[in-house]
Design a protein around this ligand. Sequence first.
Ligand code: SAH
Ligand code: SF4
Ligand code: F3S
Length: 458
Amino acid sequence: MSELKKDIFKSLKPLYYSGYRPKLYIETYGCQMNVNDSEVVAAIMQKAGYSITKDIGEANVILVNTCSVRDNAEQRIWGRLECFKVEKKRRRDLTVGVIGCMAERLKETLLENNTVDIVAGPDAYRKLPDMLEQTERGQKGINVLLSREETYADISPVRMDKTGVSAFISIMRGCNNVCSFCVVPYTRGVERSRNPETVIDEILSLSRKGYREITLLGQNVDSYKYGNVNFARLLQSVAETFPNMRIRFSTSHPKDMTDEALETMSRYSNICNYIHLPVQSGSTEVLERMNRKYTREDYLHRIEKIRKILPDCAISTDIITGFCGETAKDHRDTLSLMREVAFDFAYMFKYSERSNTKAARMFEDDVPEKKKIERLTEVIALQAELSLKSHRKHIGSVVEVLVEDVSKRSNEDLCGRTPQNNMVVFPKSGCKIGDTVKIKITDCTQATLKGKIYGGQA
Ligand code: SAH
Ligand code: SF4
Ligand code: F3S
């Protein structure tokens, strides 16, 4: 740390003790679990005396919560660090920390960057206040220890959403699968489930604050296990305890999803009929190299079961194109599976090799970039068609919408989602954020349904 910075901190200290609270700005990248983790970090930091600001310009500390899942996710962060570098030149009292998955993956390499003062992995967030204090003594700090127990169960996340309608709750951390392409087990460590009582307590507090929807999060929620409570039981107890709360969850794994969980969903109307079930590829050979532990047929069988137990359940997926050794035929298998299932929605990516993963060690990243992009473009085009078809089915029907926000396009419109996770936009007509309303669907695009209020509030 520069002499000037030390001086500034010295002069800040007395202010701090006299009620001055340094300001923390958190920027979040990556998945929903990272969004929730940032809320946990905000809680830890608030307790340590920091105030949370949404204005980066007034921050004393910037923490960037990062993702490593694909190379472009990491490139964005390097780009951000360049921006922070400029900012640091202007404001010498600024401290920058990199936290989350990229911190865990790149460790010391990040500290070599002059802009970065601290590096903290996903299980080290309780140590952040101490690490920041160290920077006041001119020391950079790193903590990337992974834990077998940490679930942050006792921490009440500081919610940072602007509307107070829908919240994420992590029910587990880490992942015990070793999908060969995936960096998550290395950045998040082993799987551990959180005490269900603390989950219920957290939902209770959210419900008292007026939240109307929660999403239970885990990399593989179907393998949730705490004592004798499995995922189906957890779902049941959440649904029974909070009949007025909409319940969602993510992510389900095709090899672990149980009929018991599907049947629980069918018994409780407040559990949304929506399942995110990443397939990754429609080719059994590719799935085997990916170490996903199911075949194309197993996946289709799971879909059949979902349709049987939950006839109106929406299904979305993740797809990777151009994985190691993917042939033209494998790619056609992915397209045909997409058609067969008729996914309502999909997140689609081209394969990005992550060093030290099983795939990087065992297989050659041999599909040329151009081919990866070509196949991805085809997959995206097909999904656009399927999403539009899925949306068109709703025209003329009446759906239940939980109002989440004002529409991005027009201040006169509101938006919210159906239990099947369709985004619906409709004229305000006296409704407000947090209401559950019935909407008659009149039109659609591939991304949204459009409609108007139908016979007052639900
Ligand atoms: N736990 C979830 C996925 C978490 S990562 C599951 O098992 O489905 C989210 C998605 O990112 C994955 O489903 C996959 O489609 C994609 N992904 C992960 N690693 C990737 C890589 N190396 N290249 C491209 N996409 C990847
Ligand atoms: Fe990654 Fe597979 Fe775990 Fe999902 S289940 S986080 S894809 S290793
Ligand atoms: Fe990214 Fe880590 Fe989530 S790698 S997808 S932020 S678990």
